[in-house]
Design a protein around this ligand. Structure first.
Ligand SMILES: Cc1ncc(COP(=O)(O)O)c(C=O)c1O
Length: 444
């Protein structure tokens, strides 16, 4: 089968995402198969997939025939019906199941195609909430520099420093307000935790006062930030945000697109934060990436004033995607993969900690099966690390059979949740080699 796969080069008719012409000229790997935590390319080479499809959705690993069967069965039963004025059984069932497990008081759900649309819908619902309460001027949204919330309107506004995409798309929708992120390793306020008195969180209030508190609709943030490489904020951070949101009547939205469904060793990332959100957004792990699906959940208090959700999306509440999500959640539970994420996450982090001896390794951190190594050229000042050397480490690991990626100045790892100790041992060996070789070449 692999010999029949066409090469992906400049002559290909396919447009790739975020891949430069130069990268295409150097050769693009075509992935043809997946089984367990491994994928195979067009030449038959097999890799450990250390980032669950690189964008991290594949919580259950590859080759799950039960998910294909769930999609097949639902397609035969009812392939599609509108989300407007009609309901379908899988969407209702999935909403019931999410209500059982969602954090805090999140109790109502609507389904979209992906995380970006979930974020858009959260923004719309926030506007509906204020509108139906007679508060029609609230259009501003606060997000954080370095955050990522997808490719659509609010998402692009919130891209922050993750990529230059935001600047390319300007002018953007009005109302985007950015605050600094809780990234203590390279504090954007140049302070040190805990002496900083959580300046990054407290500053939000000053910015709200400056911008006009009556104009704000919602605050959005990831429980653990991806932009700097799996960054969990100090425990005081989210409770302070909650307090400020409550003071000014702003809805607090936690973007669970990466964290939800076991990534961090708990069912939801919010469970690490000691706060109750007004809304959450989900995607990725909800179907383990087997079929597109995003979701928004909100509390009864948010839904209570909303007479009608003025939204109609052809593929909203899609029965086939919801059926796959139900099966995916069932497997997650049956195979105790949230628990495995917690246990293997700890084991992985222990392995990574053996890298502290390396001159370029700054901070090693992680929660469950979402871990990262933040690199620096100076361990005392936490000076920036060149992107080209990070990319080179990623390429070295790939040559040795491990697919991973960089985020900010970190290498970031989010393997399928069914990874085992032997695979982790192999990954640690490969990463050790890749870092050692790169440091040697850098003369460190
Ligand atoms: C936190 C967060 N929100 C939203 C999105 C957008 O999700 P999608 O790519 O499914 O549209 C992403 C994607 O990586 C994300 O990480």
């Amino acid at each position: 089968m692999s010999e029949q796969v066409k090469k992906m080069d400049e002559t290909s008719h396919l447009i790739l995402h975020r891949t430069t012409k130069d990268e295409i000229r150097q050769g693009v790997t075509v992935i043809t198969r997946g089984e367990g935590i491994r994928v195979t390319d067009q030449d038959g080479k097999t890799y450990i997939d250390l980032d669950s499809g690189v964008t991290r959705p594949v919580h259950l690993g590859y080759g799950r025939k039960e998910l294909a069967q769930a999609a097949y069965d639902q397609m035969c039963e009812l392939a599609y019906f509108t989300p407007c004025q009609f309901a379908n059984v899988p969407a209702m069932k999935l909403a019931d199941q999410l209500a059982e497990i969602a954090p805090g008081e999140i109790n109502k759900f609507t389904f979209e195609c992906d995380g970006s649309e979930a974020v858009e819908s959260a923004m719309k619902l926030a506007k509906h909430y204020h509108y139906f309460r007679g508060d029609k001027n609230r259009y501003k949204v606060i997000s954080r520099r370095g955050a990522y919330h997808g490719v659509n309107g609010i998402g692009i506004r919130a891209l922050g420093t993750v990529m230059p995409m935001r600047q390319m798309m300007e002018p953007l929708a009005p109302g985007s307000v950015f605050v600094e992120s809780p990234y203590c390793y390279r504090c954007q306020h140049n302070l040190r935790y805990p002496d900083c008195n959580m300046a990054c969180a407290r500053d939000i209030e000053r910015i709200i006062e400056f911008e006009g508190p009556e104009l704000f609709s919602m605050f959005i943030g990831e429980p653990i930030m991806q932009g700097f490489g799996a960054y969990l904020p100090p425990p005081e951070y989210w409770p302070i945000v909650r307090e400020i949101c409550d003071k000014y009547g702003i809805l607090m939205v936690i973007d669970e697109v990466i964290c939800a469904f076991g990534r961090t060793g708990k069912m939801f990332g919010t469970e690490h934060l000691n706060v109750k959100p007004d809304m959450i957004t989900m995607a990725k792990g909800i179907t383990s990436g087997y079929i597109p699906l995003g979701a928004v959940g909100c509390t009864d208090a948010v839904m209570e004033p909303i007479d009608v959700f003025m939204h109609l999306h052809t593929y909203g509440n899609h029965p086939v995607s919801c059926a796959v999500a139900i099966k995916s959640l069932e497997i997650l539970k049956e195979e105790k993969l949230v628990e495995n994420s917690a246990a293997m996450g700890e084991y992985f982090l222990e392995g990574l900690k053996s890298f502290t001896k390396h001159p370029s390794v700054g901070e090693i951190r992680g929660v469950g099966l979402w871990t990262a190594i933040d690199f620096t050229t100076d361990k005392n000042t936490h000076a920036p690390f060149p992107l080209k050397n990070l990319v080179s480490m990623v390429n070295r690991a790939k040559d040795k059979g491990v697919i991973t990626k960089c985020m900010g100045m970190a290498l970031e790892f989010a393997p399928p949740l069914n990874i085992g100790k032997d695979d982790i041992d192999e990954v640690i060996r490969v990463l050790e080699e890749a870092i050692t070789e790169e440091e040697r070449e850098m003369g460190l």
